[in-house]
Design a protein around this ligand. Structure first.
Ligand code: URA
Length: 208
């Protein structure tokens, strides 16, 4: 099963946090955020986890999150999305040959999932990967997504440390790693827009 149920009980801390926000914001999604995009895509992007007032509220990965502004703009520029991104799930934006998911599907307190939660959620990532017959590139955003995806692909994370713009072939998949396009990383210059675009230029050349 590649998508957790709306009331997934596997991580008690995350289920309790979701429950708390269902009470506070009943109009929000407040549930595991499903993957976005077709299973026929060749590119899969793996983020960390939904942001509280972004993907957790809207129900679409990165949608309404600060990180989504840069991510969706770049996807449109490189032909991996079409339409207009207006930070809402009904904005009509369509992914092209691309799918987006998260290493952890539920919003974690303080944006920090615990190691046990990352492990608990990994079978969903494994199922997403297994259910994409044409998959050839996985772009991981940040170290946690990198480690969880390396493990989902059956490798030891210690053997393949995270490196920005790193690239490794694992079976049928080329794993490309980038610093996460978070507000913190872009505000501090850890990740510039030019660095992020370079990663996408490389991916575009790989799936041309
Ligand atoms: N929103 C997401 O859906 N994932 C992230 O990693 C960050 C923001």
């Amino acid at each position: 099963m590649s998508e957790p149920s709306g009331d997934c009980p596997l991580c008690p801390r995350l289920a309790a946090f979701r429950g708390e926000w269902r009470g506070r914001e009943p109009g929000w999604h407040n549930a595991p955020v499903p993957s976005f995009g077709s299973a026929d895509a060749r590119l899969l992007i793996v983020g960390l986890a939904p942001g509280l007032r972004g993907a957790n509220a809207t129900g679409r990965p990165f949608t309404g999150d600060f990180a989504g502004d840069l991510l969706y703009r770049t996807l449109i520029d490189f032909g991996f999305a079409s339409g207009e991104y207006r930070a809402a799930p009904d904005d009509g934006l369509r992914l092209q040959d691309c799918r987006i998911t998260n290493a952890v599907r539920c919003v974690p307190p303080q944006n920090k999932p615990e190691p046990a939660e990352i492990t608990q959620c990994r079978p969903f990532l494994e199922a997403v990967i297994a259910g994409m017959p044409r998959l050839s590139i996985i772009l991981v955003l940040g170290q946690i997504a990198h480690q969880s995806t390396v493990r989902a692909l059956g490798e030891k994370a210690s053997r393949l440390p995270f490196r920005h713009a790193g690239e490794v072939q694992l079976g049928r998949v080329t794993l490309v790693s980038s610093y996460h396009c978070s507000r913190y990383n872009t505000n501090t210059g850890v990740l510039t827009e030019a660095m992020f675009r370079d990663v996408f230029a490389r991916i575009r050349s790989l799936v041309a």
